[in-house]
Design a binder for this molecule. Structure first.
Ligand code: DON
Length: 336
């Protein structure tokens, strides 16, 4: 790429752009990843929430939003799926904003459990063997606890506050997939038990059924690939939505959110994912996956079929390819 003298001078005066990839290269990386994985047949929709089994397995969209607000897309970015566990990232951020970053460490923990996302044994183990809250807000017991910590004078007030917060990250008003909400509400007895257990151990200090119900609703928020990429890009951009320009969370809290995503974002495969990409990320059983390249971009893929660990097959492959092609790994450095 040729860079003019004026551009160089401008970069010296106002600071170089954080990430100066030619637009054509970014688009080519997205197009290549879309084409390469479009026809793969691995994986299967989540079905423990009945409504998720019915979602079209062919939905496949990629979106990348840069920290200077440019949006790149490939494939289906219109179709919406439920955000599911990706929501946990943004509720954690909200609690940090309302109560301070240490509240998460004290009440929930920020360590990997090494167990399934809805493990009850993980809570018991932390309590009995480790002597306290040594889990994290991206597994269900920690996530339901985080939801219970969101401030509001009524269920409705808490819910409006959460939905408004997610919408600020996405840059548009988001809504709830009522079919998924009902389907999960009818079948979430295990999460209710987790809520009660966290209440029994006094991590949840209010009505645990209400916390579980709001958690279930937050998992049912509908998003498309561009929404998710904008949410991720807001984290990549120090908490400021690069498309709307709104400061959604304080810049100082972002690294801690990304740290928890790094250790627990892809369930039991979080280590493998970090090893291969270096990207803080979070998956959801609806088929979404977001990843953050700090200072550079947020990227998201939606594709419902999941692998055995519960992560979207196409999304993992596509994001790894795009990020590696564009130098997105934040752990990579060049020798001086
Ligand atoms: O709690 C559940 O089972 C779903 N609402 C979310 C599961 C999910 O995406 C897994 N996340 N870690």
């Amino acid at each position: 790429m040729r860079v003019s003298k004026t551009a160089l001078l401008l970069a010296l005066v106002v600071g170089a752009p954080a990430w100066a990839q030619p637009a054509a290269d970014v688009q080519a990386a997205l197009d290549a990843a879309h084409a390469k994985y479009k026809d793969i047949k691995e994986g299967k929709n989540a079905d423990y929430i009945p409504a998720l089994a019915k979602v079209d397995s062919n939905i496949y969209g990629i979106a990348l939003v840069t920290t200077d607000g440019k949006v790149y897309t490939a494939g289906d970015i219109k179709s919406e799926v439920s955000i599911q566990s990706i929501s946990k990232v943004f509720t954690m951020a909200k609690v940090m904003e309302e109560m301070g970053a240490e509240a998460i460490v004290k009440r929930i923990g920020v360590d990997p459990t090494g167990m399934r996302f809805n493990s009850i044994v993980a809570v018991e183990f932390a309590q009995k063997a480790l002597g306290g809250p040594e889990i994290n807000p991206l597994v269900n017991p920690g996530a339901i606890t985080a939801t219970s910590m969101v401030k509001g004078s009524s269920r409705d007030a808490v819910w409006k506050s959460i939905l408004g917060y997610y919408s600020d990250f996405a840059g548009r008003p988001l809504g709830v997939n009522q079919e998924v909400f009902k389907s999960e509400s009818d079948t979430n007895q295990r999460n209710q038990a987790i809520g009660y257990l966290m209440f029994a151990y006094e991590f949840i200090k209010s009505n645990p059924l209400q916390a579980t119900d709001i958690y279930t609703e937050q998992c049912s928020v509908n998003v498309n690939a561009k929404d998710l990429a904008t949410m991720a890009a807001t984290l990549a951009n120090g908490g400021k939505n690069p498309v709307t320009g709104k400061q959604v969370m304080s810049t100082g809290n972002v690294p801690a959110v990304l740290a928890v995503m790094s250790i627990a974002g892809l369930y039991d495969d979080s280590g493998k994912w970090l090893y291969r990409t270096g990207l803080p990320a979070k998956s959801g059983v609806g088929g979404g996956l977001i990843a953050v390249s700090p200072g550079k971009f947020g990227i998201a893929v939606i594709s419902p079929p999941l692998d055995d660990a519960g992560n979207s097959v196409r999304a993992q492959k596509a994001i790894a390819d795009v990020s590696n092609a564009l130098g997105g790994n934040p752990l990579a450095s060049k020798p001086r």
